[in-house]
Structures are given as C-alpha cells and as structure tokens.
Design a protein around this ligand. Sequence first.
Ligand code: AMP
Ligand code: ZN
Length: 124
Amino acid sequence: MSPSSPHAPDNCIFCKIAAGQIPSRKVYEDDEIFVFHDIHPWAPVHFLMIPRTHMASMADVGPEHAGLLGRMMALAPRLALEQGCKPYPEGGFRMVVNTGAEGGQEVHHLHIHVMGGPRPWLKG
Ligand code: AMP
Ligand code: ZN
C-alpha cells in the first residue's frame, strides 16, 4: 500500500478521529476502542465503534483479533442503552459491519455501526 493511498493509516479519517486530530462527538474511549456518533445518522441512535489500531475491514480479521472484536461486541449493549436505545426486546438495536465495495463500505477503517431508537429510521 502506498503512503498516499486513501486507505493508508496516514490518510485514514477514522485514525485521525481516534487520535483527536479530527473532531467527533465522542461516546466512549479506552486504550483500544473509540466510539463516536455517526455524522449522518440513519436512526435516532447511530454511533460507530472502531479499534484505535488501523484495520481496513473485516476482511483483515483473523483469530488474533478475536479478543478485541469480542470486547467491542460486548461493549455495544451498554453503550446502546446509555445512548437512548430502549431495552430488549421492545427496544434493542442493530449492529452492522459493511465490508468491501459490494458490502457497502465507504470508510476503510473497520467500524461497527450501532443503530437504534424509535422507528421509522431514515434508512435500514
Ligand atoms: P460505511 O459505509 O460502513 O463505511 O460507513 C461509514 C460511515 O462513516 C457513514 O455512516 C458516515 O456517515 C460516517 N462518517 C464519515 N465521516 C465521518 C465523520 N467525520 N464523523 C462521523 N462519522 C463519519
Ligand atoms: Zn484508520
């Protein structure tokens, strides 16, 4: 990958958001995970969960990432409730990971969409 590639970490908008170099509406952060509101929400609650370390997509995930991804998945229910999703089963939320062009991925830093809140939603 060339350094000028839009997918390289130096040019990655989500790396810059996690580093605080581009502003975002932060939901949560720890040593390895950063969470912020989507700038174009589809639903009343719509935030993105990213690993601080650059990974382009789920296509790059292997067994060595199981712990990190497990921690991201395990964090989502708590954050969804904190952000206003109603409890399961009447409420709940949707988690989506777009992967690659045919998967609808636009930003090539792995991210989990978490969406919820009363319907109708703008999309989805
Ligand atoms: P995807 O299509 O899965 O790659 O989704 C990328 C998401 O990132 C979209 O929902 C965008 O609205 C969101 N997004 C892009 N730039 C920003 C930004 N600067 N801050 C917050 N969300 C963003
Ligand atoms: Zn990145």
